[in-house]
Design a protein around this ligand. Structure first.
Ligand code: NIG
Ligand code: FE
Length: 478
């Protein structure tokens, strides 16, 4: 391929390459086969230029590398117990196929079927890389649709205080909680935030996650919230796991700020600037006791909608302030937590196809009652399951662990937990290409050390041993 021009982007973690008449963003992970294993602290580029059809980059850590920009190779996986996540009512909801096969070309799935049909696909497989799954379960990469992976510091002391009987809200009112993480995050350098995020993504990938949300919300100033979103974009470029940044300026009222003044800053500064810079596709608001009111939530979501961003909200973790119906009526894509939610709001969620995101780790840790899962199911609301990875209520990167909690504590079926971390999670993230396997979907797959769907939540203590191999954008990792 002839490389025509190249430019350093995303804080020096990715290249914008023009080749063969097309421009594309090349992330570190696409270059890793040429440049070695990604390292969040030393893998940034200071300069890049075209030299005789290849790209030459100068690394921040010193030294120069020559890189050929390759498309992902054609990949064939066969001998798979394939879960396609068809999500069609009346059918096997997981779309299970025995002795299945998948062909990925250029990072996308081109074909799925059975091994016997492979010779009749019409796709040239002469130079394809072939992987025999040996009968193992093969699923879409897991999607963690509610996570706060960009932060510094920890709150282990608060965990101990809660274990000794204090509540999350009591600790927050006494100056701990989100405010404690805001202090630590503001004090951290950009590079440290990126490296900390990448380390959390390592943990998630080891448990089968290939895409994760990254909420801001631990700086609570306009510049700082944008810095968090930029750190998420840099981590996305450096790491195999895709990050979807979400602006959560409305996470908490910053100490010393007036309510109205801060909400105005979110609507008039943070949202327009983040939207103009293309730093996020969604905006989230924490509408709850101790956080933002229904009226404030409406103002933030209206501003987000006016800038063409997707709408999400933390709703009813402690108290139902009525945001379920509001999010539905404004055309939002998810409501998250919903331990407290009215029957009327559930009907509105179903009518407007809003996903309810279950966060059982945070729920159990804060000793809250579980959401009304049976009523949500009866109302026809799609359920997702996520980690809520954050330093306060859920410092956990493992979706299989959340699936176990969703099955045992929330009364979700195994099929519901699988759809919750794949197809429904992708909907809550606004990513139609993720969470299912079929022509046109992303070629993000996990080959599990298991041969039936129930084994993943069932063996909840097995952790990383459950994951055999991960394929990201058509490339075998590891
Ligand atoms: O989803 N509820 C708001 N945000 C997080 C908690 C954040 C924190 O405690 O740092 C949550 O549980
Ligand atoms: Fe959260």
């Amino acid at each position: 391929m002839i490389v025509e021009s190249v430019e350093v982007v995303r804080s020096g973690t990715a290249l914008r390459v023009r080749a063969g008449g097309k421009t594309r963003l090349v992330r570190w992970i696409d270059l890793a086969s040429q440049l070695g294993a990604p390292d969040a602290r030393s893998s940034r580029f200071t300069a890049a230029r075209v030299a005789r059809g290849v790209v030459e980059v100068e690394l921040l850590a010193g030294g120069r590398e020559r890189v050929e920009i390759d498309e992902a190779p054609t990949l064939v996986i066969e001998g798979a117990g394939l879960l396609m996540m068809s999500d069609r009512r009346g059918e096997d909801p997981l779309g299970m196929t025995g002795d299945g096969a998948v062909i990925a070309v250029g990072g996308r799935v081109e074909w799925v079927g059975t091994r016997a049909d492979l010779p009749r696909t019409g796709i040239d497989l002469a130079r394809a890389r072939r992987i025999d799954a040996g009968g193992r379960l093969v699923t879409p990469g897991l999607v963690d649709c509610h996570a706060h992976p960009v932060f510094a510091g920890d709150r282990a002391g608060e965990f101990a205080r809660r274990a000794a009987g204090q509540s999350y809200l009591e600790i927050a009112r006494a100056g701990g909680g989100i405010a404690a993480t805001v202090q630590a995050t503001r004090a951290a350098s950009f590079d440290d935030l990126v490296a900390l995020t990448c380390a959390r993504l390592d943990g998630a990938l080891a448990c089968g996650t290939t895409a994760m949300e990254a909420k801001s919300g631990y700086d609570l100033t306009a510049d700082g919230e944008l810095r968090m979103l930029e750190a998420a974009r840099a981590a996305d470029s450096l790491h195999a796991v895709d990050l979807e940044p979400t602006l959560l300026g409305a996470h908490a009222l910053p100490p010393g700020r007036g309510r109205d003044d801060y909400v105005r800053e979110i609507c008039e500064q943070m949202i327009p600037r983040a939207a103009a810079a293309g730093l996020c596709r969604a905006v989230d608001v924490y509408c709850d006791e101790g956080a933002f009111t229904l009226e404030e939530t409406g103002r933030v979501l209206e501003a987000a909608r006016a800038h063409g961003l997707l709408l999400r909200a933390h709703v009813g973790q402690f108290a139902d302030l009525g945001a379920g119906r509001l999010v539905a009526e404004l055309g939002g894509i998810s409501v998250d937590h919903v331990e407290q939610i009215s029957a009327d709001a559930m009907r509105a969620l179903a009518a407007h196809a809003v996903v309810a995101v279950m966060l059982p780790g945070a729920c159990v840790q804060l000793r809250l009652p579980p959401p009304p899962v049976a009523a949500l199911r009866t109302a026809g609301v799609a359920l997702a399951v996520a980690t809520d990875l954050n330093p306060g209520s859920s410092l956990c990167e493992s979706l299989p662990l959340q699936m176990w909690l969703a099955a045992t504590h929330y009364g979700m079926t195994v099929d519901e937990t699988w759809l919750g971390v794949t197809r429904h999670a992708a909907r809550a993230l606004g990513r139609a290409d993720l969470g299912w396997l079929g022509p046109g979907s992303a070629a993000d797959l996990v080959i599990w050390n298991a041969d039936s769907p129930a084994e993943i939540p069932y063996r909840y203590g097995a952790g990383r041993a459950l994951v055999h191999q991960v394929i990201k954008s058509g490339r075998l990792l590891g």
